[in-house]
Write a protein that binds this ligand. Structure first.
Ligand SMILES: *[C@@H]1O[C@H](CO)[C@@H](O)[C@H](O)[C@H]1NC(C)=O
Ligand SMILES: *[C@@H]1O[C@H](CO)[C@@H](O)[C@H](O)[C@H]1NC(C)=O
Ligand SMILES: *[C@@H]1O[C@H](CO)[C@@H](O)[C@H](O)[C@H]1NC(C)=O
Ligand SMILES: *[C@@H]1O[C@H](CO)[C@@H](O)[C@H](O)[C@H]1NC(C)=O
Ligand SMILES: *[C@@H]1O[C@H](CO)[C@@H](O)[C@H](O)[C@H]1NC(C)=O
Ligand SMILES: *[C@@H]1O[C@H](CO)[C@@H](O)[C@H](O)[C@H]1NC(C)=O
Length: 818
């Protein structure tokens, strides 16, 4: 118990927090309510407010029902000049300030029902000139306001008043009230009625009276009331009557006298005796409509004493929700079918009818419309009801057997086949599970409703004369049937994966196919329906592809010739996952999502072009060459450092060669035939034998490189171990990669500080202008301008001079170094 209470408490506090959506409130005493929608309709019901909350002045409708408001003060509603509807239904309202509603000049609908108002004040309504509907039901006031509070209500069309405590109605109470569309009076406990009080309200559209007490105890009063509201053209509804004994129906004499045409009983109890009395009272009255709803029949239906009464004008009898005090007794001894020979329209709904005997059916000679929905008919009893297919209901146009227990569609078609005027047949909510291959229907059948059965396929059983066909809520997956006359087709709640082909329905105007498993549909699907105007296809499992979203948005926007007639919000994406749950109308697919192949191929193309361009630029500016140079140099440098650390600081000891010769392989001939012999085995100096040059040791890559070592390492260490580097420059040299490396290494070496400025000696083997050397060999350019270079003479006689200069260059510097 305690747990339950705490759950309630939690729910209540949750509700309170939800409702008291806090906003800065000018009046700290009053809570505020923000639950207004786009149409300025504010729903503040069920929020536990104990006083009128602060709501925006712009509100058009304000629902404060089912709160705990006890009072409306003078200021609570000031400023609500635009308010059209105000509901305070179901509060504990006991006090309303006389001028509380003064500013509500636009109010059309005021609901004060189910409160604690013990008195009504005529000042409340003084300013409500626009009021059309006023509900004052079920408050504990004993009388209406006098003088009349209704006098200023020139627009009033619907008035509801009264309650369990209403004791009297005086003529003055309703002064000024005329021309009502609807008057409802709850006067179950009324004891004083001033005759004529309701008589001035004329014309009256419809009157509903609860007169429980007067009918039981004060028939004169009940008669006086009925006399005042009974007009031939005013339908009269009487509620809560307890008609037991033939005395209780006496007041109907007044209604009969005034030739009332439409009478309904609701929520009443009627005995056989009272009903016989009622029929006798109404004998010969031109009553055309008679209805009984939510009523208990106390007797057993033995109405035979009234058999001779005349109700020839009765056109429609409507019976719904009957309860029998003794059903089986009623079934076995009832005698009432004489009544059914009059009406052309008979509805007996939810009244436990399981058969109309064939003999009785013969009485229903005028019948054009028969509604037996929500009863207990079965194949067997319907066979009896329709006389095994030989039914006397030759005039019947509409048959409604919805909500019974019929199983066989072929029997159904056979039973109605001979009804020559049948146009509408409603056999929905039965238990048909299959359709026979062929059926025989009357040629006149236009409307057929077999919804909410368990059909899994359609067959030729369906007649081609149909104009409206309802097969919703079955298990259908396809519709392969040609129905040339069909205008309306209802297929909602089935298992369709796609729209049925429109060629089958050349005249279809409306198609409802909601709540199926449609993935999508497109222009071509709709185009196959030549006459389609309205389509309802919401609540399906839409795959929101670009094509579909685009198409549906254009159709929703009014394009495509077909109008979507269900709610736009019911078109929801089911996939892809990223769009699941989103209304199709609000999906915004980007170009990237919609043209993926195109976007991918374009971006790939662009990327390829950029890559090509970059590659070209890199190639054009020899970046690869520079990179490989730097890489090689870094590597070689590291190994040289390692070597030096290993070998200690004795650099001098490392100098094994006098010179490293860097040359292109193509110039090997010159180097081997001229340079090496000359430097390593110098000739005698003819002029100055004493001063003959010393033999020098040269490092040639061909001869002196350590086999098996990386070639760059070899170059690096050779340059390191040599005092000088001789570059043999030629076209070939410039074109040889290795020579360029060597040049570069020596260059780096030069600037590493290990060798002097003059460590490089350039020999120009052939005339080579600076311009012949590619620009990127900036080192070479530099060297050529900073170092004097020796040119290998073209004339042989000048060779001696050349060698001398070379020796000198090597020697001088060699001595400096030494
Ligand atoms: C109104 O107040 C009563 C007693 O104060 C309480 O029992 C009831 O739950 C309240 N109703 C609402 C809707 O808050
Ligand atoms: C009905 O009216 C009587 C007086 O006529 C009164 O005593 C009684 O309380 C009323 N019943 C209700 C439910 O108000
Ligand atoms: C039906 O009538 C009875 C009195 O006969 C009344 O007590 C009850 O509240 C009424 N029910 C409805 C739903 O009006
Ligand atoms: C009511 O029924 C009794 C017999 O049960 C009968 O004597 C009496 O005349 C009837 N009253 C009316 C008004 O029909
Ligand atoms: C048949 O009765 C059902 C339920 O009362 C109703 O929904 C349906 O509209 C009726 N059909 C016709 C054709 O009147
Ligand atoms: C068919 O019957 C169902 C259930 O009674 C009803 O809701 C529906 O409106 C009917 N269809 C048509 C087209 O009247």
């Amino acid at each position: 118990m305690g747990q339950k209470a705490s759950v309630h408490l939690t729910l209540l506090s949750l509700l309170l927090t939800l409702c008291w959506a806090q906003r800065l409130d000018p009046d700290p005493e009053r809570p505020s309510c923000d639950r207004c929608d786009l149409h300025l309709s504010c729903d503040c019901s069920h929020c536990g407010f104990t006083c009128v909350p602060v709501v925006t002045d712009l509100a058009l409708t304000l629902d404060l029902s089912l709160n705990n408001i006890t009072e409306v003060t003078e200021d609570d509603l000031t400023g609500h000049r635009h308010l059209r509807a105000l509901s305070l239904h179901g509060n504990r309202l006991a006090v309303i300030h006389p001028s509380a509603f003064e500013s509500l000049g636009s109010l059309e609908n005021l609901d004060l029902s189910n409160n604690q108002l013990t008195t009504l004040n005529h000042k409340w309504l003084g300013q409500l000139g626009a009021l059309q509907q006023l509900n004052l039901l079920n408050n504990p006031y004993g009388s209406l306001a006098s003088p009349s509070g209704f006098q200023g209500l020139v627009s009033l069309r619907r008035l509801l008043f009264g309650g369990p405590a209403l004791e009297e109605i005086k003529r003055a109470d309703l002064l000024g009230v005329t021309d009502l569309e609807e008057l409802t009076v709850h006067a179950n406990n009324i004891s004083r009625y001033e005759s004529g009080a309701l008589a001035d309200i004329w014309p009256l559209g419809r009157v509903t009276l609860s007169l429980h007490g007067p009918f039981l105890t004060n028939k004169a009063l009940a008669s006086a009331v009925l006399a005042d509201v009974s007009y031939p053209n005013t339908p009269l509804v009487l509620e809560d009557l307890h008609l037991i004994g033939n005395e209780t129906v006496l007041p109907f004499k007044e209604a009969a006298k005034r030739r009332i045409r439409s009478l309904s009983f609701q929520n009443s109890t009627i005995s056989d005796e009272a009903f016989v009395g009622f029929l006798k009272t109404m004998d010969g009255v031109p009553l055309t409509f008679f209805s009984v709803e939510d009523t208990t029949l106390m007797g057993v239906g033995s109405w035979r004493p009234a058999e001779s009464t005349d109700h020839a004008s009765l056109e429609e009898v409507f019976v719904r929700n009957l309860v029998y005090s003794d059903f089986f007794e009623f079934v076995s001894s009832s005698h009432f079918w004489f009544l059914s020979s009059y009406p052309s329209k008979l509805s007996i709904i939810r009244a436990k009818v399981f058969v109309i005997p064939c003999l009785t059916s013969h009485l229903l000679v005028n019948l054009q419309y028969l509604d037996l929905s929500d009863n207990l008919l079965t194949d067997l009893t319907l066979k009896e009801t329709l006389c095994k297919g030989d039914s006397p209901l030759k005039d019947v146009r509409v048959l409604n057997f919805s909500g019974n227990a019929l199983r066989s569609l072929s029997l159904m078609s056979h039973l109605v086949e001979k009804l020559p005027k049948l146009t509408h047949l409603d056999v929905s909510r039965n238990i048909f599970s299959s359709m026979p291959q062929s059926c025989s229907w009357p040629h006149t059948l236009r409307h057929l409703n077999i919804s909410r059965a368990k059909l899994s396929a359609v067959t030729q059983c369906l007649p081609t004369t149909l104009e409206v066909l309802d097969l919703s809520n079955n298990d259908l997956k396809s519709f392969p049937l040609f129905l040339p006359a069909l205008r309306e087709l209802h297929l909602s709640g089935n298992k369709f994966l796609s729209l049925p082909s429109g060629w089958l329905f050349p005249n279809l105007q409306t198609l409802a196919i909601q709540s199926n498993t449609l993935n999508m549909f497109g222009q071509s699907d709709l185009q196959s329906y030549r006459r389609l105007q309205g389509l309802q296809a919401g609540q399906n499992k839409f795959v929101c592809s670009c094509g579909f979203v685009h198409f549906l948005q254009s159709v929703l926007g009014g394009g495509g010739g077909v109008q979507i007639t269900d709610r736009e919000e019911s078109y929801i994406c089911d996939s892809p996952l990223s769009l699941q749950g989103e209304p199709v109308s609000q999906v915004n697919l980007s170009i990237v999502q919609c043209h993926q192949v195109l976007v991918v191929s374009v971006s790939c193309g662009v990327a390829l072009c950029v890559a090509l361009l970059v590659w070209f630029l890199l190639w054009r500016f020899h970046a690869f060459w520079y990179l490989s140079m730097i890489w090689a140099w870094l590597k070689a440098k590291r190994s040289s450092q390692r070597r030096r650390q290993r070998d200690g600081e004795a650099t001098e000891a490392l100098l094994r060669f006098d010179a490293f010769v860097s040359y292109s392989e193509r110039d090997a001939g010159w180097v081997e035939n001229y340079l090496v012999p000359e430097l390593e085995r110098p000739r005698e100096n003819r002029q100055d034998p004493m001063n003959s040059p010393q033999p020098l040791t040269l490092c040639l890559h061909k001869r002196d490189f350590v086999p098996g070592h990386w070639i760059l390492d070899n170059i690096m260490s050779s340059i390191e171990q040599s005092r000088r580097t001789i570059f043999v420059l030629s076209e070939n040299f410039v074109q040889s990669d290795w020579c360029r490396y060597e040049l570069d290494f020596s260059h780096f070496w030069l600037f590493d500080g290990n060798a002097g400025e003059e460590a490089a000696i350039l020999i120009l083997l052939e005339p080579l202008s600076k311009d012949d050397i590619p620009k990127r060999f900036c080192k070479l350019h530099k060297l050529m301008s900073s170092t004097t270079y020796l040119e290998w003479p073209q004339e042989e006689e000048r060779c001696g001079e050349f060698w001398e200069s070379l020796h000198k260059a090597l020697r001088v510097q060699g001595q400096d170094d030494g």
